[in-house]
Design a binder for this molecule. Structure first.
Ligand SMILES: CCCCCCCCCCCCCCCCCCC/C=C/C(=O)SCCNC(=O)CCNC(=O)[C@H](O)C(C)(C)COP(=O)(O)OP(=O)(O)OC[C@H]1O[C@@H](n2cnc3c(N)ncnc32)[C@H](O)[C@@H]1OP(=O)(O)O
Ligand SMILES: Cc1cc2nc3c(=O)[nH]c(=O)nc-3n(C[C@H](O)[C@H](O)[C@H](O)COP(=O)(O)OP(=O)(O)OC[C@H]3O[C@@H](n4cnc5c(N)ncnc54)[C@H](O)[C@@H]3O)c2cc1C
Length: 670
């Protein structure tokens, strides 16, 4: 036991940088670190936030436990008078999916984004004080991605000055909204607005669905839970629900009227605000999900890295620091490093791009408030694309971390199966990842077509202004060290991205209609979108390194991580880089050499780099990822805690095992 604990201490002693300073970089600022650290400890030390029994709870117990925690979170937020910033750290560290996510993450933002000032004054205080609990009811049984295809209707009745909300078909049943099944009292419902016999398309409406007195559904409302979801624990603590309306009436002023409104006479009037603002809550949550992706991935990487340093298999016996013969730490296998270290680098890369995206979103909101809508298309493309890129990579990465831990990774007590089950739907919710990448490609094709009109591309597409150069430039790498030059890396990624986009744009012209072209070329368009989004992540990592980064050795570690992130992408997408001529086969081989050498450089720092995430053992929820590395005794302890081990002879023995054994024994004797 002693020896295992020593392993991580020895690993920590090898670090070549200041972990404390890196913690500040990871958190974003000294202030963010202090707040996050305080809240993490507060959660870890409070038995009310215990979560180690989740895997063995039944659905009903799990759901009730999530209700209890959500109520307790709310109580603590009020008792401690936590700020919004502190409350959102609390959400991370409590780590229990509950209706409150949708209430705060979607219902409230939808009201803020799509309701008029007057409507906000009425509804926000109720929602902010949790006098009502809301959900976001957009998706239907028949349509999720295709929002324009929603079928629920909201028909204006001029006589009574009301909208009649109705589900005309089975497929129009709302399906999936979180918190809807059993909890929400209200919903922002997306429905086709019909007035004067004309269909004006999808709009948002605020609809009460349950009584505030006895919680029963209101007349005309049929509502329930859609059933168990993938994995134990995870999303099963949330009541994703179905909802049907049978001619439910709501006052006219419960249509969210910032984008357009219906007058008392039933006239449809558009405002000067773009209709896309109706989708504003999705833009908001997509940027939060990018931050969530870095948290989820870093959590898995922390577990897999610590365990890989503790775990030993095979090897020429080495001598440990006490001169004893020991097997090889699995982290020293180059295959383990080539699977794990790029994930560690990705966690940092996603953290920094998430930070930037938060800035972009804040800037967008300030501009929208000043009636400047110019950056909305870019914000939509960036949030959609980065949500897609980071969630796909994080979900795959969590699964890889579980495999990196061998058999023990499959144990619930590793924390990895539940983390995977809880995170993988992020590839689907808030927009299916492929559908979102197609949105990015649409934006890219539009930007390219505008180049011909002389319109200067801005923001993340600014590189497209150098299209002539990027189409014909040649990578200058001659030796492996040249790949450490950020401008060389950046140019290779820009060349690959623009060449893929331009090829798509050229191919699109070969089809009879743009629609046909988009449909036929969609796999290529998705690849072009991925290349563009990866370029954003790469460029934001490089920009981060150009900032004033303090702390002994911190910048050097980040440079190594950045190199690994970029070179591993080149390695994985070699086909793109070679087929577009962005790099040559020889340069590809030099990139692989450099990547291997970066792994060796990083090796002695990896435990300290995951320590810099500053995750408590409570948050990690993993025996394999424990800070002290004391894995085996704790695994043994955990095994004993399983309910199956409550009795020596299992339930069912007398009914099913004993008779079977007796029968076999008798058969043998006959
Ligand atoms: C105990 C714990 C207590 C905790 C305490 C509380 C703390 C809580 C904090 C909050 C945390 C939140 C965390 C989040 C957790 C997440 C939980 C999961 C919840 C899941 C919810 C959902 O899934 S909601 C449903 C989401 N649905 C989708 O995403 C659907 C995807 N489809 C679409 O978005 C669209 O239909 C489309 C974009 C794919 C196509 O739309 P449409 O056909 O109308 O458009 P066009 O393609 O014709 O485009 C028209 C034009 O508009 C542009 N555009 C499209 N979308 C947008 C947009 N969103 N914004 C701006 N612009 C947009 C498009 O590009 C076109 O532009 P052109 O210029 O014409 O090309
Ligand atoms: C855990 C969870 C929570 C959710 N919470 C909510 C919520 O609170 N509120 C809410 O309203 N919704 C919620 N949703 C629903 C979610 O937003 C939708 O599932 C999501 O938008 C995807 O839509 P879909 O299910 O219709 O998938 P589909 O669009 O049917 O996708 C099926 C397949 O078709 C492909 N596809 C679809 N369209 C295209 C296209 N144009 N081109 C190429 N391929 C295409 C997709 O890539 C996918 O492979 C939740 C979903 C989950 C899983």
């Amino acid at each position: 036991m002693e020896r295992i604990m020593d392993h991580l201490a020895h690993e920590r002693s090898k670090a070549q940088f200041s972990v404390e300073e890196m913690k500040i970089i990871w958190a974003g600022s000294l202030h963010a670190f202090q707040v996050s650290d305080r809240i993490a400890r507060l959660v870890a030390s409070d038995p009310g936030f215990r979560k180690d029994n989740r895997a063995v709870l039944s659905r009903k117990e799990l759901f009730k436990s999530a209700l209890r925690k959500a109520a307790y979170v709310w109580k603590r937020i009020n008792e401690l008078a936590l700020s919004e910033e502190e409350a959102s750290w609390l959400r991370f560290y409590v780590d229990e999916l509950a209706y409150a996510y949708i209430h705060w993450g979607m219902f409230v933002p939808a009201i803020k984004g799509s309701a008029t000032e007057e409507q906000q004054q009425k509804w926000l205080p109720l929602a902010n004080n949790m006098q009502i609990i809301g959900t976001y009811a957009q998706t239907e049984l028949g349509h999720g991605s295709n929002v324009r295809g929603l079928e629920t209707t909201a028909t204006f009745d001029q006589e009574t000055d009301e909208f009649i909300i109705h589900s005309p078909t089975l497929t129009s049943s709302k399906w999936w909204p979180g918190g809807l099944g059993k909890v929400a009292t209200h919903a922002v419902v997306y429905a086709r607005l019909i007035t004067d016999g004309q269909d004006y398309g999808v709009h948002g409406f605020l609809v009460q669905i349950r009584s505030l007195d006895d919680h029963f559904p209101l007349p005309g409302v049929t509502v329930g839970d859609i059933g168990m979801k993938f994995g134990s624990g995870a999303f099963n603590s949330i009541d994703n629900g179905f909802l049907r309306f049978n001619h439910v009436r709501i006052p006219r002023n419960q249509m969210l009227m910032k984008v357009s409104r219906v007058t008392r006479q039933g006239k449809y009037v558009e405002s000067n605000v773009p209709k896309q603002l109706l989708y504003g809550a999705m833009v908001y949550v997509r940027q939060i999900i990018v931050a969530d992706a870095s948290i989820a991935l870093s959590r898995a990487v922390c577990i897999a890295t610590r365990y890989s340093a503790v775990r030993r298999q095979f090897g020429p016996p080495h001598e440990d620091e006490n001169g004893k013969g020991v097997e090889t730490q699995v982290i020293d296998y180059k295959t383990q490093q080539s699977r794990l270290f790029p994930l560690l680098a990705s966690a940092y890369a996603f953290r920094f791009v998430g930070e930037w995206l938060k800035w972009l979103y804040t800037d967008l909101i300030q501009k929208l408030e000043a009636n400047d809508f110019s950056t909305l298309p870019e914000a939509h493309a960036c949030t959609a694309g980065l949500k897609s890129l980071t969630t796909s990579a994080a979900a795959d990465g969590i699964k890889e971390c579980w495999k990196l831990c061998g058999g023990h990774g499959y144990l619930s007590s590793s924390g990895l199966p539940e983390l995977y089950a809880a995170f993988v739907p992020a590839c689907t919710y808030e927009g299916d990842n492929i559908v979102l990448l197609l949105q990015v490609s649409r934006f890219l094709m539009k930007t390219i077509s505008q180049l011909q009109t002389g319109k200067k591309p801005i923001g993340t597409t600014a590189y497209m202004a150098h299209v002539e150069h990027l189409i014909q430039c040649r990578c200058t790498v001659q030796k492996a060290e040249d790949w450490l030059n950020p401008s060389v890396i950046l140019e290779a990624f820009e060349a690959r991205a623009i060449r893929l986009s331009v090829a798509c744009a050229e191919n699109l012209t070969k089809f009879a209609t743009p629609l046909q072209g988009f449909s036929e070329l969609s796999p290529d368009l998705v690849e072009a979108a991925v290349a563009h989004c990866q370029l954003i992540v790469v460029s934001k990592f490089i920009e981060k390194l150009q900032q004033n980064i303090e702390g002994n050795g911190v910048k050097q570690q980040l440079e190594t991580l950045c190199n690994i992130y970029c070179l591993n992408l080149i390695h994985k997408h070699l086909g793109d880089f070679l087929s577009t001529g962005s790099i040559s086969p020889k340069q590809a081989s030099l990139a692989s050499d450099q990547l291997r050498s970066r792994y060796s450089k990083l090796r002695s720092n990896v435990i300290a780099l995951v320590d810099a995430f500053n995750y408590t053992d409570h948050f990690l929820g993993s025996v394999l990822g424990r800070y002290d590395g004391n894995v085996y005794p704790k695994l043994y302890e955990e095994a004993w805690k399983d309910p199956l081990n409550d009795s020596i002879v299992p339930d069912g023995y007398h009914e099913y095992i004993q008779p079977l054994l007796k029968q076999q024994l008798q058969n043998a004797r006959l």
